[in-house]
Design a protein around this ligand. Structure first.
Ligand code: SF4
Length: 343
């Protein structure tokens, strides 16, 4: 290994006795990193890994960034046992819309392939948690345990008669009480759709509900309630603005990033395409045209993420946060300029 492994960026992987991949790592200098495994003390994880390793393999990457991306993809492909504690970015969270008879909104750290819809990533878990609480209360979505039995109004014939709501949220008008037949399935789904739209950036429907309540309260001269509603409007407007700016962090990760002779077309924190970096003005102009198309074409539900996409978004967000100097060379294709170049 000493003779052949070079001090270049890349990934390496340790293979166990049965040919299974035990661990994948990356480094700016593969050779230096691999040699460090042989110097690890007995209480270090590296010592344990190398003790179980029968073979070491590596692959060079054109840049440190390429190595970081290759490491993620290799981990996703092989799921090596020593990578289970693969670093997670605790600065971000997601909003989960559960896939249940009466869906709930939850703030979570990870995205799973469980049929739920995930929005994000968002920065600042505590603020997002408060926003989720506010929108759940306003739209009267349930927040009880997953196992709570649901009895929609249109199911009561099956279950026989009305029931008492199982908690106080219904009494304080913070839940439609689908547990007690106090709303139909379609009414509840209508509220869920408003929550979905809010998370997609459209705060007007829930704000409209509050404004209507404010008018009602004013008409009845219920000034105390009107003041409380006014406060909720202000809080919700603030939350909607915050959520949009949180999303903006990820939306801002939309550009062309050239490094190590490669060009990465990145949109909302995901690499949509990778190709050789342009070597001439003509190639650059062609890339402008192509990138303008890739980075601006319309997408269905742009705010939601799939489990396989979340790790990449977090990885890229982390990369550009830790390496702000790398952002300086990134460029956003100017559509007008691209049109001129193509014409
Ligand atoms: S009222 Fe019923 S559905 Fe609503 S949160 Fe309470 S237990 Fe759940």
């Amino acid at each position: 290994m000493r003779a052949t492994c070079e001090k270049r960026p890349g990934i390496y992987w340790m293979v166990g006795p049965g040919g299974e991949v035990l661990y994948v790592g990356k480094s700016r200098e593969v050779r230096t990193r691999l040699l460090s495994y042989f110097r690890a003390s007995p209480n270090e994880k590296a010592h344990e890994i190398i003790g179980n390793t029968h073979e070491i393999a590596w692959e060079y990457a054109p840049s440190e960034f390429a190595a970081v991306v290759a490491e993620l993809r290799a981990i996703q492909r092989w799921q090596p046992p020593y990578n289970v504690e693969h670093r997670r970015d605790r600065a971000f969270c997601f909003v989960k819309l559960t896939r249940e008879a009466a869906p709930r909104l939850l703030t979570v750290r990870e995205v799973h392939a469980d049929g739920a819809q995930y929005f994000g990533p968002f920065r600042g878990a505590e603020h997002v948690r408060l926003t989720v609480r506010e929108i759940s209360d306003l739209l009267e979505l349930r927040d009880c345990a997953a196992a709570t039995p649901m009895r929609f109004a249109d199911q009561l014939d099956l279950f026989g008669g009305a029931h008492t709501p199982l908690c106080l949220r219904a009494q304080v008008r913070k839940c439609l009480a689908p547990c007690a037949g106090q709303c139909s399935r379609s009414t509840y789904e209508g509220q869920v759709e408003l929550a979905r739209r809010f998370l997609d950036g459209d705060a007007e429907p829930p704000l409209g509900i509050l404004r209507a309540r404010l008018q009602e309260a004013a008409a009845r001269l219920n000034f105390e309630y009107a003041a409380a509603v006014r406060d909720r409007i202000a809080r919700l407007e603030e939350s909607a603005w915050e959520l949009r700016s949180l999303r903006g962090v990820i939306d801002g990760l939309t550009f062309v990033y050239e490094t190590g002779g490669r060009a990465y077309l990145i949109r909302r924190g995901r690499i949509r395409e990778e190709r050789e970096a342009p070597a001439s003005p003509a190639e650059k102009a062609a890339l402008h045209v192509h990138a303008a198309r890739v980075l601006t074409r319309s997408e269905h539900q742009p705010g939601t993420v799939q489990p396989t996409q979340a790790a990449e978004i977090l990885l890229l967000a982390r990369w550009f946060r830790l390496h702000p100097e790398e952002r300086e060379g990134c460029w956003v294709p100017d559509q007008a300029e691209a049109r001129t170049a193509s014409g």
